[in-house]
Write a protein that binds this ligand. Structure first.
Ligand SMILES: Nc1nc2c(ncn2[C@@H]2O[C@H](COP(=O)(O)OP(=O)(O)OP(=O)(O)O)[C@@H](O)[C@H]2O)c(=O)[nH]1
Ligand SMILES: [Mg+2]
Length: 438
C-alpha cells in the first residue's frame, strides 16, 4: 500500500509517487490531493500548487470522477484546468462497482474527454482495461527501467522539525509541502534525487506525535508509516528541532531506530534559531545524555531553510552506509578481539564457570554481524557484552553504526560451523539477548 486511503475527503496532500511496470513499460504513477477540497489546516493553496506541478510534469493524466456523485461543478472546473495544460487525458469514472453504474457514467461525456472508463478501484473492476489503455498511450514515450537507488534515506522526527524543508533542499525544488502547520505531511513520500551521478531516495514522513494525542486514524497511520520508513531505509536521518528540548516522542523514535539497528545521523535542524544560545559541542553532549541508545550516531547541525549543511549530512549518511556494509577479515577481527581481551577478560559470575571467548568471525553486513565463539554463551554478562561492543567499535571500521554481536557455543577442538544468519533486514536483534539468556 502506498497512499493513505480514508473516507475523509482531502487526505492526500503531497504528490505520492510509485514506479510501475506493465508489459515492459515503465512509468511513474503520481497520486495527488483532491482539487477544490477545502483543507482544514488551510493548506489548500499548497495542495493545489502540488497538483499543478504534477499535471505539468505528466505525459498522461488520469482524470478521476465519482460515478455515484454524478457530474459536479468541481468536475467541470477540473476539466477547464486540464484543457489549459493540453495533456493526454483519460477520463476515469470510479466507484462503478457493478455494470449498473456504467449507464450513469455517460453524463461525463460532456466534460469533453471522450468516453469515461468505468472502474471500481476498490473491487478491481475495469482495472485491466484501464491499465491497457494507459500503457498504450505511454508506450511511445515511456522511459527506461529506473535503476536501483544507491541508498534509501528516511527522514523522521517530531512534527514541524523541518523534514519536508530538508527534502526540498535535497531535491532542489518544492517537491513536498512545507508549512508551519504541525502535521503537514501525512503520507510517506519517496523523493528520488541525483547526486554526483548516483541515485538516492529520500523518504519524507509524517511527523510523529505522542500516542495519547493521536487524534485520528490518519495520524495513527502516520506513525505506522514513519516506523515502516525506518525499516525500509538504509540510513535514517533523525531530525531534531534545535529550538526545543528533546521530548518523549524523540526518545521513543530513538529507541525504535536503535532496536532496528539502523545507521542514523542526528540532524539538529533550525540551528539558525539556536546559534548563539548553544554551542555545537554542548548540544552534542546533551544529545548523548537524552538519547543514550544512539550514542554511536554522528551529529550534524543544519539550517534546512538556508540549505546549510544539508549536503554535508548526506555525505555523512553515505559514510555510514559504507561503514555498515564493510567486511572485516578474520585476522583483523581476532586481533581486535585479542586487544579487547587483554584489556579486560570476562569475569566469572557468582557460582558460575569462567567464560572463555575463543575467536570471532564476521558473518554479515548491514548491520555488521560478528559471531563470537565461546564455551557457554550464558556466562557472558550484559556488562561485558557492552564492553566488547564498544571496543569493537573503537578498533574496527564501524565506529558510528550499530553492530550485532552474537555469542555461540563452541568447544575447543570441535570443527567450526559458520552458519550465516538470514540476510533478512527484519532479522530480530533479539538473538543476542536470547543467547545471553536475558
Ligand atoms: N528557522 C528555521 N525554520 C525552519 C527550518 N527548517 C524548517 N523550518 C520551518 O519549520 C516549519 C516546518 O517545516 P516543515 O518542513 O513543514 O516541517 P516537517 O517536519 O515536514 O513538519 P510535518 O510534516 O508537520 O511533520 C516551516 O515553517 C519551515 O519554514 C530551519 O532550518 N530554520
Ligand atoms: Mg512535512
Amino acid at each position: 500500500m502506498i497512499s493513505i486511503v480514508d473516507p475523509t475527503p482531502g487526505v492526500t496532500r503531497d504528490r505520492v509517487s510509485a514506479f510501475c511496470e506493465f508489459d515492459d513499460v515503465y512509468f511513474e504513477l503520481v497520486d495527488t490531493g483532491g482539487y477544490g477540497v477545502q483543507d482544514g489546516d488551510q493548506l489548500t493553496p499548497h495542495i493545489e500548487q502540488q497538483i499543478l506541478y504534477a499535471i505539468d510534469a505528466a505525459r498522461v493524466v488520469l482524470f478521476v470522477v465519482d460515478v455515484r456523485e454524478g457530474l459536479t461543478p468541481l468536475d467541470r472546473r477540473v476539466a477547464r484546468l486540464l484543457r489549459q495544460f493540453e495533456r493526454d487525458v483519460i477520463l476515469v469514472a470510479n466507484k462503478a462497482d457493478t455494470p449498473r453504474y456504467d449507464v450513469q457514467a455517460t453524463e461525463f461525456f460532456s466534460l469533453g474527454f471522450g468516453e469515461p472508463r468505468c472502474v471500481s478501484a476498490k473491487h478491481g473492476r475495469g482495472r485491466g482495461d484501464l491499465i491497457e489503455r494507459l500503457v498504450e498511450r505511454i508506450r511511445p514515450v515511456a522511459g527506461e527501467e529506473p535503476g536501483e537507488p544507491v541508498m534509501k534515506i528516511a527522514l523522521v522526527g517530531a512534527r514541524n522539525v523541518g523534514k519536508s524543508t530538508f527534502v526540498n533542499a535535497l531535491a532542489g525544488e518544492p517537491r513536498v509541502i512545507v508549512s508551519e502547520v504541525p502535521g503537514t505531511t501525512r503520507d510517506a513520500i519517496d523523493v528520488w534525487f541525483e547526486r554526483d551521478g548516483r541515485t538516492f531516495v529520500a523518504i519524507d514522513t509524517a511527523g510523529v506525535r505522542k500516542k495519547s494525542k493521536l487524534g485520528s486514524d490518519i495520524e495513527f497511520y502516520s506513525l505506522i508509516r514513519a516506523q515502516r520508513s525506518i525499516r525500509r531505509a538504509d540510513v535514517v536521518l533523525f531530525l531534531i528541532d534545535a529550538a526545543r528540548p528533546v521530548g518523549q516522542v524523540d526518545k521513543k523514535l530513538g529507541r525504535y531506530i536503535a532496536e532496528n539497528e539502523k545507521p542514523v545521523v542526528l540532524v539538529v535542524n533550525k540551528w539558525d534559531l539556536a546559534k548563539g544560545r548553544a554551542g555545537s559541542e554542548d548540544y552534542g553532549q546533551y544529545l548523548t545524555r537524552v538519547l543514550p541508545e544512539l550514542g554511536y550516531a554522528p551529529v550534524t547541525f543544519v539550517t534546512a531553510t538556508a540549505d546549510r549543511n544539508v549536503r554535508t549530512t548526506i555525505d555523512v549518511a553515505q559514510g555510514l552506509f559504507k561503514q555498515a556494509g564493510t567486511r572485516v577479515g578474520t585476522g583483523r577481527l581476532n586481533e581486535a578481539l585479542q586487544a579487547a581481551l587483554s584489556a579486560r577478560r570476562p569475569g566469572a559470575r557468582r557460582g558460575l564457570k569462567l567464560p572463555k571467548i575463543y575467536y570471532a568471525t564476521q558473518v554479515d553486513v548491514r548491520p555488521p554481524t560478528i559471531v563470537l565463539f565461546v564455551n557457554d554463551p550464558s556466562l557472558i554478562s550484559e556488562d561485558y557484552r557492552r564492553f566488547l561492543l564498544n571496543r569493537m567499535r573503537e578498533l574496527l571500521p564501524f565506529p558510528e553504526v550499530p553492530i550485532r554481536l552474537l555469542f555461540r557455543s563452541h568447544r575447543r577442538g570441535e570443527p567450526v560451523v559458520r552458519d550465516r544468519p538470514r540476510r533478512s533486514r527484519e532479522a530480530p536483534s533479539k538473538t543476542t539477548a536470547k543467547v545471553l539468556g536475558e
